[in-house]
Design a protein around this ligand. Structure first.
Ligand SMILES: [Zn+2]
Ligand SMILES: [Zn+2]
Length: 256
């Protein structure tokens, strides 16, 4: 099973990296995690055919994780897609996503494929394919927004995910808000941690990996400004002897 990094950039648009997105390729199912601005171009640049994607899992609605969705669906239509597209999104955001698609003038009658919305509930296991499942948990990434605007009317759901691939456990933080979010799945023995490093201090990521006894730590959501710090990875490596630390780049893959 392959995990391909389609984008590894932060929320800042960059000429070096696309916004953060992962593609899980199991034998019978290809799951794209997040579809931010520019996702269609990111997939094109990595020779991933749009219609090889069976489903899209969305962590939250920040534009670097979500706003490319309707553009990607249009590309699927333009490339004659016929197979069903699953969209996994927290139950509190389903209607917003449907509206966004609808208001992008994507109507069922005009596409030759069905969009199947799968409303997510936290802490429930979703089986995607044989030997491929995930669970989602709420993190604190959007908590600070709760004081603003029409906060009571909208959902601040933001998910971190634990994927099980064969028997390997992979925790993808998505965007998080605090060091404690890295320990959301602490009760489950995690092998691989894929962590963002834009909203969290690298030292917190390292100490959490040590605490969780992570074998492989992969850093993503890297801004151009953060790149230099990541380049000092060799110094970081020596402090966490039991953890292999990798700085991801667009097109990077791991096999589990
Ligand atoms: Zn982000
Ligand atoms: Zn975000």
């Amino acid at each position: 099973m392959e995990i391909k990094f389609i984008g590894t950039g932060s929320g800042k648009t960059s000429l070096k990296r696309f916004h953060s997105s992962l593609l899980f390729l199991s034998e019978g199912y290809h799951l794209l995690v997040d579809s931010g601005d520019g996702i269609s171009r990111a997939l094109l640049s990595q020779n991933v055919p749009y219609n090889s994607i069976n489903g899209i899992l969305i962590s939250h609605l920040h534009p670097d994780h979500f706003s490319g969705l309707s553009a990607l669906i249009i590309q699927m239509k333009l490339t004659q897609r016929t197979n069903i597209l699953d969209i996994f999104i927290h139950e509190s955001l389903v209607e917003e996503v449907k509206d966004f698609i609808y208001h992008s003038y994507i109507f069922n009658e005009r596409t030759h494929f069905k969009i199947n919305y799968i409303p997510l509930v936290y802490d429930k296991t979703y089986i995607v394919d044989k030997n491929f499942s995930f669970i989602a948990k709420q993190n604190t990434h959007l908590d600070t927004y709760k004081a603003y605007g029409r906060a009571k009317e909208i959902s601040f759901s933001c998910s971190s995910f634990l994927f099980t691939l064969n028997s390997i456990k992979v925790h993808y933080t998505g965007d998080i808000g605090a060091a404690e979010d890295i320990k959301l799945f602490k009760d489950i023995n995690t092998d691989i941690l894929i962590s963002e490093i834009s909203h969290i201090d690298i030292q917190d990521v390292l100490s959490a990996s040590k605490f969780l006894n992570i074998k492989k730590l992969i850093l993503t959501h890297i801004s151009d400004e953060n790149e230099q710090m990541i380049l000092n990875i060799n110094n970081i490596q020596s402090e966490n002897r039991n953890t292999e630390i990798i700085s991801a780049y667009d097109g990077f893959s791991i096999y589990v």
